[in-house]
Ligand binder design. Sequence first.
Ligand SMILES: C[S@@+](CC[C@H](N)C(=O)[O-])C[C@H]1O[C@@H](n2cnc3c(N)ncnc32)[C@H](O)[C@@H]1O
Ligand SMILES: [Zn+2]
Length: 292
Amino acid sequence: MELTPSPSAHRALIRTLPLMRCPTCTGGLVESETALECRECSRGYPFRHGIPQLAIHGSAETWSAAEGAGNPEDEALPGSSEEYQREYEELKEARHYNEAYQKKRTKRWSTAREYRLLERLLDSQPRSEILLDLPSGGGRLSRQLAEHTELLVEADIGLGQLLYGRESHTGEDERIWMTASAFHIPFQDESVDGVVCCRLCHHLPTSEERERLLAELLRVSRRYVVMTFFDYHSVKNYLRRIRRPFDGQPPKMTMTVDRVAELAERHGARLVAQPPLSRLFSGHRYGLMVKG
Ligand SMILES: C[S@@+](CC[C@H](N)C(=O)[O-])C[C@H]1O[C@@H](n2cnc3c(N)ncnc32)[C@H](O)[C@@H]1O
Ligand SMILES: [Zn+2]
């Protein structure tokens, strides 16, 4: 069964097209009956269930000349996040994941705390015309984000997540859904006011992927980026590291606050706040990077 979008989501997408770009060659996009098409390379990005399929799957080989280039720091974590990119293609998997998440008491607690952190960080910024939530997952944070913008763009590499998010959206606010990879965001430079990227960075096993993510988020944002990362110096990671010789658990995919600050600066922004989700029970930090 083909699920269709609301006419208002489609109208908002067409209005937003001039801000978008081909994720493969960066050319402009136009609409045809069944797809968005690139004016330069003629690639078509078809609609599935009314959602444009703009995601490019893959990792470093899709953006760097050195195939599968690694970084010596990542020795303990070979591979890439490519397998993870395929996890939520189907609505069934996405529904299962989102419903299980909502039921778990600890997850409900952390979500409530995340709402408060996001509220604080977004309140410190001017209201947006257009805000990109990437990856949006099944829209866990979208209601909170929608309050800070005229138009919310929900993007994720997993079509199932977007279908779940779209069917759960009951509000009147305007939204667009699209598949996209955070490594190849189909928006032009500084085309959206802000970008929120929660709980993706700590799924990326190589520093090359984490750094590409941050560079892409800061490229498309005009004013600010909120990105969560797992802090190398958190209590949670410290305990994980000392237990490792005994329990054999793989290391967490972390970044340091200093590294995030350094990368932000390299891409024209400042890391102005990085509150932890919990000092003792979580390693996640919410980094707010502001441009200009
Ligand atoms: C843990 S969920 C977080 C979703 C949402 N931000 C939240 O906090 O609830 C991570 C999401 O990242 C998506 N994902 C994985 N790799 C991606 C990539 N390269 N680009 C965009 N999304 C990706 C997955 O499909 C999944 O929905
Ligand atoms: Zn193109």
